[in-house]
Design a protein around this ligand. Structure first.
Ligand code: AMP
Ligand code: MG
Length: 441
């Protein structure tokens, strides 16, 4: 496992005191290990888990050519070059009960959606296009007498010209997934559609990576837990609740170690406990310049840690390191900074550790309803409310104060306006990138 210093030397222009967001992300991606252990779970339990092996289709889906419509299966060769086509009805094919007798020329088979195409027939005429005559007997003097035994409901159909071409309304064997083809790739987080896809292959169990275990605690003498009296100068600990919520959405196992006082012995015990029981440890508070000394001393004995000042707002101070075998994410204490740094760095890191292949988040382009001041040289994450304008395009308004302690701004927002590192002031009406909260986690 490379040391933090070795990784730093691979990140071009690495400066821990003014680290651009993209470099911090690159550093973290190089640093975090993957858990690797694999377990088999029942299909439904696989929702949200990370696939540990490629799934190759063991069968063709669908297994046979079948009808996409309720109608009549015909032979494309029987369609008249011009004018209407008359065909004798030879019988009916239902989904799950196929019509497998040989169908003579100029005959058709009534067919339901999903029913297997009778041998030799290649086209389906939707029922709304045809007229059907129950009369038995020859259709016209040119039509040969039917070799089939007479059946109830038989008769003939008339297909008007031009309503179908050969091959229409037929689903081909293997068109969804051909046998032997890759259905899902390792590293995929299993979504509802994937559960259905796996079910269509008959997979009852799925190999997934084991769940990541993430421990977290808050640091600060001023923090009180819910239920405790709020002494003068104290605040309730909210970070353990936002962190818990964000971790739940990632599908990891969580270990809440509570509030830890700013005392070396208490902090050391908490780090030891967390590292012994988790793959990753998330702390909040205690990483700003004035407070980091505690943590630095403890980490010198327990592991290694880097203290960063990231070129971002909110969320400038952050620590990254290793305690025992666990990865440490030391987030700043301010409640908005905690959430922003979690989404900017921790989310993808945890997904990567869990074996997933994190993809860049989709961004929405929205018109900013007011001008924004922004200095080039740092990434800003402003909280925004996105609405649809009268012209159908997206507008975004910044929630009131952007102070990093104002958690209400996160709660009111439905997206984060992402002002990129090099970007400068934004004029009213100009488009900006927004990370929508919906679908983020
Ligand atoms: P720190 O990073 O420890 O200097 O904390 C920065 C600010 O965030 C201070 O105003 C803290 O009181 C506040 N803060 C730190 N941790 C929490 C927490 N867990 N819940 C709410 N506020 C916090
Ligand atoms: Mg503190």
């Amino acid at each position: 496992m490379p040391s933090l210093q070795e990784i730093a030397s691979c990140v071009s222009g690495y400066d821990p005191n003014a680290l651009p967001v993209a470099q911090a992300q690159e550093f973290i991606a190089r640093f975090v290990p993957r858990v690797g252990a694999v377990e088999k779970v029942a299909l439904r339990s696989a929702l949200g888990r990370v696939l540990a092996a490629d799934v190759v289709s063991p069968i063709d889906v669908p297994a046979h050519d079948n009808s996409a419509m309720d109608g009549y299966a015909i032979r494309g060769d029987d369609l008249a070059a011009d004018g209407e086509t008359r065909l004798v009805v030879a019988g009916t094919g239902f989904a799950g009960a196929q019509f497998d007798a040989v169908v003579p020329a100029r005959h058709c088979v009534r067919i339901m959606t999903g029913a297997v195409m009778p041998p030799g027939l290649d086209t389906v005429v939707p029922q709304e296009f045809i007229t059907r005559t129950p009369a038995a007997g020859p259709l016209d003097e040119t039509h040969p007498p039917s070799p089939l035994p007479r059946q109830a409901g038989e008769g003939f159909i008339v297909v008007p010209p031009g309503v179908v071409r050969r091959g229409d309304n037929r689903r081909l064997k293997g068109e969804d997934l051909a046998r032997g083809s890759a259905a899902l790739a390792r590293g995929r987080r299993i979504a509802p559609a994937d559960l259905g896809l796996l079910a269509s292959l008959g997979c009852a169990e799925v190999a997934v990576y084991r769940r990541l275990r993430v421990a977290f605690f808050s640091t600060g003498d001023e923090l009180r837990s819910i239920g405790e009296p709020l002494d003068g100068g104290c605040v309730y600990d909210s970070n353990r609740y936002t962190i818990w919520g964000m971790l739940q959405r990632l599908g990891v196992d969580v270990l809440d170690l509570g509030v830890v006082r700013d005392e070396p012995a208490a902090l050391e015990a908490a780090f030891r406990d967390a590292a012994a029981n988790a793959d990753a440890v998330i702390t909040s508070g205690g990483v700003s310049v004035g407070e980091a000394d505690h943590t630095k001393k403890i980490m010198a004995t327990l592991g290694e840690v880097l203290f960063w000042r990231i070129a971002m707002r909110p969320g400038r101070p952050m620590a990254i390191g290793r305690v025992g075998n666990a990865v440490l994410f030391g987030l700043p204490g301010n409640p908005v900074a905690v959430m922003v740094t979690f989404y900017a760095f921790v989310r993808d890191a945890l997904l990567q550790m869990a074996g997933a292949s994190p993809q860049p988040l989709p961004l929405l382009r929205a018109r900013c309803t007011a001008a924004l001041r922004k200095k080039p040289g740092r990434t800003e994450y402003q909280r925004g409310i996105v609405t649809r304008g009268a012209d159908g395009r997206w507008d975004v308004a910044i929630t009131g104060s952007q102070g990093s302690g104002i958690l209400r701004s996160m709660s009111e927002a439905n997206g984060i306006v992402l002002l990129h590192h090099e970007q400068g002031n934004v004029a009213a009406g100009a488009e900006v990138d927004v990370i929508p909260f919906e679908g983020l986690v």
